[in-house]
Design a binder for this molecule. Structure first.
Ligand code: DX5
Ligand code: ZN
Length: 219
């Protein structure tokens, strides 16, 4: 099965956000991946509601919002109102993760949980059947353009095992350092959704690069 492709807007040209969003509309991208960073959960600040609103004005595809923020429960409803169709919070940022996941679902959005590279996958054992998405960080969150962490393959396998064992419908999304080279093995291990930022936006022809990623099959 071909993957869902979620280009990360973080790597786009912010001075031309309308054109970038319209380019993604024309492409084979399935979702637009939106990275929200607060300078507290991660050592970087990306953008907030006004910029997301500008993207929402032009976007014709689901907004896949990845919250790299502390206390995400304070902002779930506002992200939903600003067009988020998938809302992903970090395991490491949520003391009451079950409550926060239910809060996301109550807004009508799909609920995802993201794991940093060091967080054991089996910590999701008792929440996996509540989730629509597991986001496996394949770099440490905070910046685009980082090197893919090889241990990610093992983590995808374990996540897939957990999903199958518990009868969960959660999709597996991989975020960080994804490119045409590692995509086939990511799919082979069980990835469903590929996020790609710099690989798409630094390429000469982003529409073609997205099409190439979309046509990847497992090794
Ligand atoms: C990193 C973000 C990623 C990032 C991916 O913290 O969550 O979504 O934009 O960018 P690339 O594909 O360049 O690693
Ligand atoms: Zn992300």
């Amino acid at each position: 099965m071909n993957p869902l492709i979620a280009p990360s807007v973080l790597a786009s040209d912010f001075a031309n956000l309308q054109a970038e969003t319209e380019m993604l509309n024309r492409s084979q991208a399935d979702w637009l991946h939106i990275d929200i960073m607060d300078g507290r959960f991660v050592p970087n600040i990306s953008f907030g509601f006004p910029v997301l609103q500008a993207i929402q004005c032009y976007a014709k595809k689901p907004l896949d919002v990845h919250l790299m923020i502390v206390e995400p429960e304070l902002y779930i409803e506002q992200f939903r109102e600003t067009g988020a169709e998938i809302i992903t919070v970090h395991y490491e940022a949520c003391t009451h993760l079950h409550r926060t996941v239910q809060q996301i679902k109550a807004t009508g959005a799909k609920a995802g949980v993201a794991l940093n590279p060091h967080t054991p996958v089996n910590l999701l054992e008792d929440i996996i059947t509540d989730l629509d998405l597991v986001l496996i960080m394949s770099v440490n969150p905070g910046f685009g353009g980082q090197k893919f962490i090889q241990n990610t393959y093992r983590r995808i396998e374990k996540t897939k095992e957990l999903i199958l064992a518990r009868g969960s419908h959660a999709l597996i999304e991989i975020d960080g350092g994804v490119n045409q080279q590692n995509a086939p093995l990511l799919l082979e291990k069980g990835a469903d959704v590929l996020v790609a930022g710099s690989f798409v936006f630094t390429s000469a022809d982003p529409i073609q690069t997205i099409a190439d990623l979309k046509s990847v099959t497992s090794v």
